[in-house]
Design a protein around this ligand. Structure first.
Ligand SMILES: [Zn+2]
Length: 465
C-alpha cells in the first residue's frame, strides 16, 4: 500500500507531550498514521514513500466541530439581531418546516465543504428537524459522499407547541426513536466514518419520557447522545416552569447525563449544574460565535475546565454563527474569555487549539482514534499554508494559527488517509455545483417559508436601547 509522507512542515502533534516539530513529518498509509517525527528520520524509515513537501506549512490533526446544524447552511444571514426563542419561532422553525430531502442534502454538502476547506475533519451534526421522512438520511449521505468524518445526531422535538415550536416539527416520541433506531442500524458499523447519534433538542421541546427513553436507546445501541442545555435564560426558565427544576438537573434526574453526552452551550449554568456535569463526566460543547451572535452570554469555560469537565469547541449552525469555521471559533474562544474575565492568561491560543482538536475528540468519545497525530490513530490531517501577509512573520506557530489567520490557509486535508482537499480545492465533489445547488435550495426555501423578507430588510443602524 502506498505510504504518504508529509515532510518539512512544522508539525503540531497535539500528543500527550504536545510536541511541536519544527522540521517534522507525518507518514500514513491506508487510514492510519505510521510515523510522526523529524523529517529526516521519517523519510529514511519510508524510502519508497510518496513524499509531499510541506515547507512553510503547518501540519495538524483535523479540527473537530462538536456541534452544528448543517441544514442551517441554507439560512445564513436571516436570523440576525434576535433572541434565541424569537430566532427559532419566527425564522428557523418556519424554514425547517419546509425542508425537503434535496434541501438537506444540498445544505449539508455545502456545510461540509465549508468545514473541510477550513480544516475540520470531524463534525457532530445535531439534526433536530424532521417535518418529513428521510431528512436525516440526506444529511448522513452528504457527509459520506464528501468524505468528512461525522456523527449525524438524529434529533427530535416531542413537545413545545405551546411555546412556538411549529406543529409539523413536533413528533411522537415512538416515531422519532423508531427512525433513530433505523438510522443507527444502518450507519453504526465498526470503523464507520459516518455514524448516527441521538439528540433530544432542548428543555422546552421535550418531556421527561423523551430523555428517559433516549438514555435507554443510547445504552442499548452505544450511540452518542447530545442535547442543548442552558443555552439561553429561556431554556432554564421553561425547564423550571415545566419540570420544576433547571434543565441540567432535569437532564440529570432523567438519567440522561453521562460520559457519552456532549451538552451544547451550557452558558447559563450555575455552580450546582457544573457539579452535576463534572460528577457525571458529561462533556460540554462550547459555541462562542453563536453565543455572542444570539446574545446568549458567556459559557463559564475556564470554571468548567478547572473542575475537570472536558470542553470541545464548535461553530453551531450557520443560522446563528454564519459559517462553519473552527478557525474563527478558536480565535473567538480565546479572546472572549480573556475579555470577560479581564485576564489575558485565562484562555491561551494553545488551550483553544486543544479544545478544537484533542478535547473535541474526547467530547465525542473518539480520542482513541482522532484528535492528535500519533502512530495508530486515523490519518485525519490538515496542512495549512502559513505564507500569506496576515500570518507572516511566524514567530510562534500556534499563535499565528489562532490569532493571525485569515481563514483561507488550508491547503490539504486528509480524512482516513484519503485526500479530500488538495491545492485548497475539494477533490471529492464539484465545488461550483455544490455552491449553485445550495444557493438554489436556500432561495427556494426562503420563498416557501416566507422568510425572504428578513433578507430584504431596511438598513438597521439604530441603537435599540
Ligand atoms: Zn445548536
Amino acid at each position: 500500500m502506498t505510504v504518504t509522507v508529509l515532510a518539512g512542515a512544522t508539525v503540531v502533534t497535539m500528543d500527550a507531550a504536545r510536541r511541536v516539530l519544527p522540521d517534522g513529518a507525518v507518514a500514513f498509509s491506508g487510514d492510519g498514521i505510521l510515523a510522526v517525527g523529524p523529517s529526516s528520520v521519517v523519510r529514511e524509515q519510508f524510502p519508497d514513500a510518496d513524499v509531499v513537501s510541506c515547507t512553510g506549512q503547518l501540519v495538524l490533526p483535523g479540527f473537530i466541530n462538536t456541534h452544528t446544524h448543517l441544514f442551517q447552511t441554507l439560512l445564513k444571514g436571516l436570523g440576525d439581531d434576535r433572541v434565541l426563542s424569537d430566532w427559532f419561532t419566527s425564522m428557523t422553525g418556519p424554514s425547517a418546516v419546509q425542508l425537503t430531502q434535496e434541501d438537506c442534502y444540498a445544505g449539508a454538502l455545502h456545510g461540509c465543504a465549508e468545514a473541510l476547506t477550513t480544516g475540520t475533519t470531524t463534525l457532530l451534526d445535531f439534526m433536530y428537524v424532521h417535518p418529513r421522512a428521510g431528512l436525516g438520511d440526506a444529511v448522513a449521505q452528504a457527509m459520506a459522499d464528501i468524505g468528512i468524518r461525522g456523527v449525524m445526531a438524529r434529533g427530535y422535538m416531542t413537545a413545545g407547541a405551546d411555546v412556538g415550536v411549529p406543529g409539523p416539527l413536533v413528533q411522537p416520541l415512538e416515531d422519532a426513536l423508531a427512525d433513530a433506531a433505523r438510522l443507527i442500524d444502518r450507519w453504526n458499523r465498526p470503523r464507520s466514518r459516518v455514524t448516527v447519534g441521538l439528540a433530544p433538542c432542548m428543555s422546552w421541546s421535550v418531556d421527561r419520557d423523551t430523555l428517559v427513553e433516549t438514555r435507554r436507546l443510547a445504552d442499548a445501541t452505544g450511540a452518542l447522545v447530545t442535547m442543548h442545555l442552558s443555552e439561553s435564560p429561556f431554556d432554564v426558565q421553561e425547564s423550571v416552569r415545566r419540570f420544576g427544576s433547571r434543565d441540567v438537573p432535569f437532564a440529570a434526574d432523567s438519567g440522561l447525563l453521562g460520559p457519552d453526552l456532549p451538552a451544547a452551550h451550557c452558558v447559563q449554568v450555575d455552580d450546582d449544574d457544573l457539579d452535576l456535569l463534572a460528577n457525571t463526566d458529561t462533556k460540554v460543547s462550547h459555541n462562542p460565535c453563536s453565543n455572542l451572535y444570539l446574545g446568549s452570554g458567556f459559557a463559564p469555560v475556564p470554571a468548567m475546565q478547572r473542575r475537570g469537565i472536558t470542553v470541545g469547541l464548535a461553530s453551531d449552525g450557520p443560522a446563528s454563527s454564519s459559517n462553519h469555521s473552527m478557525l474563527q471559533a478558536m480565535k473567538f474562544a480565546a479572546l472572549l474569555h480573556k475579555g470577560v474575565h479581564r485576564d489575558p492568561e485565562i484562555m491561551t491560543a494553545e488551550k483553544a487549539l486543544e479544545m478544537a482538536t484533542i478535547d473535541g475528540a474526547r467530547a465525542l468519545g473518539l480520542s482513541d482514534t482522532i484528535g492528535s497525530l500519533e502512530v495508530g490513530k486515523r490519518a485525519d490531517v490538515v496542512v495549512l499554508d502559513m505564507t500569506n501577509f496576515c500570518v507572516t512573520p511566524v514567530h510562534a506557530a500556534v499563535s499565528s494559527l489562532v490569532y493571525s489567520q485569515r481563514g483561507d490557509e488550508v491547503d490539504r486535508v486528509y480524512v482516513d488517509g484519503r485526500a479530500v482537499v488538495r491545492n485548497r480545492s475539494l477533490v471529492t465533489v464539484e465545488e461550483a455545483s455544490v455552491r449553485s445547488q445550495s444557493i438554489a435550495a436556500a432561495q427556494g426555501l426562503a420563498r416557501r417559508a416566507g422568510t425572504d423578507h428578513f433578507a430584504h430588510r431596511e438598513w438597521r443602524s439604530l441603537v435599540s436601547r
